[in-house]
Design a binder for this molecule. Structure first.
Ligand SMILES: [Zn+2]
Ligand SMILES: [Zn+2]
Length: 346
């Protein structure tokens, strides 16, 4: 698989949870959760375009100030996604500072906030030049759980139970569509804007009968001919799938959560999953609304993901680091599950 995304944890698994996804050939990154982000340099942070906050418990949101400090005074837009009440949480953070000097800055930061609800998105803006007053609050329909879609990626979210709503995320890289330039010459067709149309048609999965007008040169004469998408795909296009990355933290193991997580991360290339507790701490996990290593492994197995990365380990287990990996891997590779999830939360 050819991928231009590189995902890694921000901290050691015993530190605050967070994942940075860097785009290899663009100055761009996505950040999942916003706890302690001190390991990231300002240069790395300045590449971040979108931040996905699972929920606003302090270990997932304390990094907001550092990110704001890094971006403040720059002509940039940062978009944050979070669960119910997230707009209020961000508004509260911004209200904690005094902004009387913002008019002295020539460049102005814009913060877009998107609150993810069951069937809708609520969006609001905060602009530095307006002293970060809440403006432009609007509601949008949420379709298929897709909270972000652009030419490079698609991000879906589900709402999970953690005694508060907590978002699980799945990032999908779009297909890679490459044009074989050597073949253009052989076919005596010219480069041009039609190649963008061709890429777009492939990405949008138009039928093979869809036709595209292609400029050609033959015996010194230039002209246009219509060629079917099916033919062009066969002759000119190399398509490779993108990467799929799942990210789930802070959730209780029960039937509704389990179904939502499996549906979200189905066949992911890599699944980043919390595992604060060890396999024999299931009742503790239920009480605290968190997963065990074994439950993380079972979810990964049932969702048929290719690789599992467990993290967000409880600090009281610092001497047992290897047990988390071994227990999660054993469940992932097929050890029998010791319990079935309860069907409702308490
Ligand atoms: Zn939490
Ligand atoms: Zn947490």
């Amino acid at each position: 698989m050819k991928s231009t995304l590189c995902a890694s944890l921000v901290n050691d698994p015993f530190g605050d949870p967070g994942m940075l996804v860097q785009f290899l050939f663009q100055k761009r990154a996505l950040l999942f959760d916003l706890g302690d982000i001190s390991p990231l340099s300002n240069a790395e942070l300045l590449k971040v375009s979108h931040v996905f906050v699972s929920h606003t418990h302090i270990d997932h949101f304390i990094g907001f100030d550092r990110l704001l400090r890094t971006f403040f005074g720059r002509e940039k837009t940062l978009t944050f996604y979070g669960p119910k009440n997230f707009i209020k949480n961000v508004e509260g953070k911004l209200a904690g500072f005094t902004w009387n000097l913002v008019d002295r800055y020539e460049e102005s930061l814009t913060i877009e906030v998107v609150e993810v609800r069951e069937e809708k998105l609520i969006k609001a803006s905060f602009r530095a030049m307006d002293k970060f007053k809440l403006t432009n609050k609007k509601e949008f329909e949420l379709q298929g759980g897709v909270i972000l879609e652009d030419p490079s990626v698609k991000v879906r979210a589900v709402i999970l139970e953690h005694r508060v709503p907590c978002l699980g995320f799945c990032l999908e890289e779009k297909l890679h569509v490459n044009i074989n330039k050597d073949r253009l010459e052989e076919m005596r067709v010219a480069e041009g804007a039609w190649l963008n149309e061709l890429k777009k048609a492939v990405l949008q999965e138009e039928p093979d009968t869809y036709s595209i007008d292609v400029p050609f040169k033959l015996d010194g004469k230039a002209g246009m001919k219509s060629i079917s998408l099916g033919q062009l795909k066969e002759d000119l296009v190399d398509v490779s799938p993108g990467q799929k990355i799942g990210y789930v933290v802070d959730t209780v193991y029960n039937e509704p959560n389990k179904q939502r997580i499996i549906e979200l991360i189905k066949s992911a290339d890599i699944f980043f999953c919390e595992s604060p507790f060890l396999a024999d701490e299931e009742s503790r996990g239920q009480e605290r609304f968190h997963l065990t290593s074994h439950q993380a492994g079972s979810l990964a197995r049932e969702a048929c993901v290719k690789k599992l990365c467990v993290f967000h380990f409880s600090r009281k287990h610092i001497p047992h680091r290897e047990r988390f990996y071994k227990e999660a891997e054993a469940a992932f590779q097929g050890a029998l599950r010791t319990s079935t999830p309860p069907s409702t939360t308490n």
